[in-house]
Design a protein around this ligand. Structure first.
Ligand code: RP5
Length: 164
C-alpha cells in the first residue's frame, strides 16, 4: 500500500494533527510524519515533494497555520494529491490559514478540509488510497456503519429520555 505523508509547518501543529495520526493508525495505513516549512525550510519542501512519488507516497497531507503556503508549495512540486489542513492560529482564528490554503490558483489544486480538520484529512487520504485497495474500502464502509450505529443509539437514548 502507498504511504501517507503527514507534513506540518511546525511542531506547534502537532496537538491538532495527532487527530490525523490516530485515524491513520486506526486504519493501519502506513504513514510518515515530517516537520517541513514552506518558509523556514523551503529547500526541504522542494526536495520532499519532488521525490514523494519515488519515496512511495500516494497522498500528502499538509497542515499549516497563519500564511499557510505549505500545501500549495508541496503541490507545486508533485502530481500527488495534496490535502491541506488549515491550523487555527492565535490571532485570526484560522481564517488566515483557511484562505491561504483554499484559494489556490487554477492548475495547482489543494483539497482543503475544515479549520483544524485533522481527522477528516486522514479520512480523505484513506478514501484516495481505497480507490486502488479493496480492503481499505471495506474498512471505510465499516467505519461509516459504526458511526451511523452510534448516532442511532444516541437518537434512541434522547428520544427515550425526553419522552419518559
Ligand atoms: C506555520 O506557522 C506553522 O504551520 C504554524 O501553524 C505557524 C506557527 O508556527 P510556530 O511559530 O509555532 O513554529 O508555519
Amino acid at each position: 500500500m502507498k504511504k501517507v505523508a503527514v507534513i506540518m509547518g511546525s511542531d506547534s501543529d502537532l496537538s491538532v494533527m495527532n487527530g490525523c495520526i490516530e485515524v491513520l493508525k486506526q486504519f493501519e495505513v502506513p504513514f510518515e510524519v515530517r516537520i517541513i516549512s514552506a518558509h523556514r525550510t523551503p529547500n526541504t519542501a522542494h526536495e520532499f515533494a519532488s521525490k514523494a512519488i519515488e519515496s512511495g507516497f500516494g497522498v500528502i497531507i499538509a497542515a499549516a497555520g497563519k500564511a499557510a503556503h505549505l500545501g500549495g508549495v508541496l503541490a507545486a512540486y508533485t502530481t500527488l494529491p495534496v490535502i491541506g489542513v488549515p491550523i487555527k492560529s492565535s490571532t485570526l482564528d484560522g481564517l488566515d490559514s483557511l484562505l491561504s490554503i483554499v484559494q489556490m490558483p487554477k492548475g495547482i489544486p489543494v483539497a482543503t478540509v475544515a479549520i483544524n480538520g485533522a481527522e477528516n484529512s486522514a479520512l480523505l487520504a484513506i478514501q484516495m488510497l481505497a480507490l486502488s485497495d479493496d480492503s481499505l474500502a471495506i474498512k471505510l464502509a465499516e467505519y461509516k456503519e459504526k458511526m451511523a450505529a452510534e448516532v442511532a443509539a444516541k437518537d434512541e437514548k434522547i428520544c427515550r429520555e425526553v419522552m419518559s
